[in-house]
Structures are given as structure tokens and as C-alpha cells.
Design a protein around this ligand. Structure first.
Ligand code: HPA
Length: 271
């Protein structure tokens, strides 16, 4: 059995129902997993082939249950390429959710702000990405049962879902910025010269996750929405060094608003 099918078989055995929406929690947002009602918690280490998440600020569990009446699977902890995982391993969880029948995927992350209009704490709805991770999770033989060899990425960030997200933010009285996310390998933060380069090619945000997951989700024809929390201004924009602790602290500080928005979006998502 291929590893994804083995993981899915395990999940089907332990989950009381099949989730419709997948939610991936970024750095500092792990507490959202506690908001799941009637939770079934499965540790990553108990799921066959599921990569552990080693990054500080990331737990390692799948929490299935309900949010606003919707059947959700929340992933608290993700595997990053910078941890040394292959692109296939780093996207294993998204593949598994897709095979499990999840049709909508909501990804969250912490990101550095490149757009000078952003401030730390801002929430940004991704409208597009630039893949600078040096790899693509679809490289290698294509599994035609999963998706097309050459999937289009024009509408990767589902336009109707983005409208829903904007409406939810407006109703909550939040400003939800729009932006283009540059995904880099990491784990070193960028140099100021790299940030100037990223700005010149049209990036508003920079981070070390999400892009590979989005590619796999689109390959599986999932509808994708992604939101970043700007945890810091990118390197060189302020005359100070960047530290992971700042990323975690800002993420946690603004987690409340982020969680309110995610809950509202989940309540309002429809097929
Ligand atoms: N760069 C890359 N990844 C990040 C950053 C950053 O400035 N902040 C949070 N994740």
C-alpha cells in the first residue's frame, strides 16, 4: 500500500467522521486546535508514515471535530522543507487530507512583511505565491488518480473563498490585507538584499511554508485559502536583527483575531 493510503486507512479507522475542511495552523497559532468541539486527537507519531514536526512553536497532532458545525481536521504542526523533509514528505499531510475527502483547505502561516504598508500583526489574505523553495512537490512520476501531470495554478487561491474571507473580516471589523507570498526554503532568514530582490519581483510577504502544500492541494483539486500573520517586517526594513522568538511572540499576540477570522471563514465556507 502506498504510504498516503496507509495513513488514510489509519485515520478512517480512528475518526468518527470524514472531515470536509482541513485547517493547517502556522507558528504561534497552535492554540486554535483547542477550539475544536467534540475533538478526536491523533498524534502524528501514531499515524503511519506521517512526518513529525520538529519546529519550535509547532505541536504535532491532528484534531478532528467540529467548528461552527462544520466537520474539520485541524493540523497543529506541519513539516517544513527546511527540516530536511523531501517535498513529498512536507506535503504528506495535505495528500492524506485530500485522499480522506477534504475538499477545502485553509492554510495559515507566520510571514515577514515586505510590503511597506504592512505592520506586524496584520492579517494578509494570499492572492498568489512565488515558489522559490527550489523544489516542486509534484516532481517525479505523476499519480493520475491524485491529479493532473500539469495542474494550472491560475486560480490556486480560490477566488470565491477569498471573497468569503474578505466579507468575514469586514463583518468582524478587521482589516484583511491582500498579498503575494514568496515561499523560500529557509531556515536562515533572508538578507536585506534578498528582501529588496523579493520586493522587486512583486512579493508582499516572505515565509518558509505553504507553497508546496498549496501546489499539492490544487493538484488534488482542493479549494484553497491561505492567510498570513505578519509577525515581523522582513530583513533590512527595520534596522534590527530578526529572531524566531519575535515571530512566535507576535504570532501569539495576534492569535485571538486570527482565530476569530478563521472560525468565521469556516462557518461561511460552502462547496
Ligand atoms: N522570513 C521568512 N519566514 C518568516 C519570516 C521572515 O521574515 N517571518 C516569519 N516567517
Amino acid at each position: 500500500m502506498n504510504p498516503v493510503d496507509a495513513a488514510v486507512a489509519h485515520l478512517k479507522e480512528y475518526l468518527p467522521f470524514l472531515p470536509e475542511i482541513g485547517i493547517v495552523l502556522g507558528s504561534g497559532l497552535g492554540a486554535f486546535a483547542e477550539a475544536v468541539e467534540d475533538p478526536t486527537v491523533i498524534a502524528y507519531q501514531d499515524i503511519p508514515h506521517w512526518p513529525a514536526s520538529t519546529a519550535i512553536g509547532h505541536a504535532g497532532k491532528l484534531v478532528a471535530g467540529r467548528i461552527a458545525g462544520k466537520r474539520v481536521a485541524v493540523l497543529a504542526g506541519r513539516a517544513h522543507l527546511y527540516e530536511g523533509y523531501s517535498p513529498q514528505q512536507a506535503t504528506f499531510s495535505v495528500r492524506a487530507l485530500g485522499q480522506l475527502g477534504v475538499g477545502s483547505l485553509l492554510l495559515t502561516n507566520a510571514a515577514g512583511g515586505i510590503n511597506p504598508a504592512y505592520r506586524p500583526g496584520d492579517l494578509v489574505l494570499l492572492s498568489d505565491h512565488i515558489n522559490l523553495q527550489g523544489s516542486n512537490p509534484l516532481a517525479g512520476p505523476n499519480n493520475d488518480a491524485w491529479g493532473d501531470r500539469f495542474p494550472g495554478m491560475t486560480f490556486a487561491y480560490h477566488p470565491a473563498y477569498r471573497e468569503i474571507a474578505q466579507r468575514c473580516a469586514a463583518e468582524l471589523g478587521f482589516v484583511l490585507q491582500n498579498g503575494i507570498y514568496a515561499g523560500l526554503l529557509g531556515p536562515s532568514y533572508e538578507t536585506p538584499a534578498e528582501i529588496r530582490y523579493l520586493r522587486s519581483i512583486g512579493a508582499d510577504l516572505v515565509g518558509m511554508s505553504t507553497v508546496a502544500e498549496v501546489i499539492v492541494a490544487v493538484h488534488m483539486r482542493m479549494k484553497v485559502l491561505a492567510i498570513s500573520c505578519v509577525t515581523n517586517m522582513a530583513a533590512g526594513m527595520l534596522n534590527q536583527e530578526l529572531h524566531h522568538q519575535e515571530v512566535l511572540d507576535t504570532g501569539r499576540q495576534h492569535a485571538g483575531r486570527f482565530e476569530q477570522l478563521v472560525r468565521s471563514i469556516v462557518a461561511n465556507l460552502h462547496e
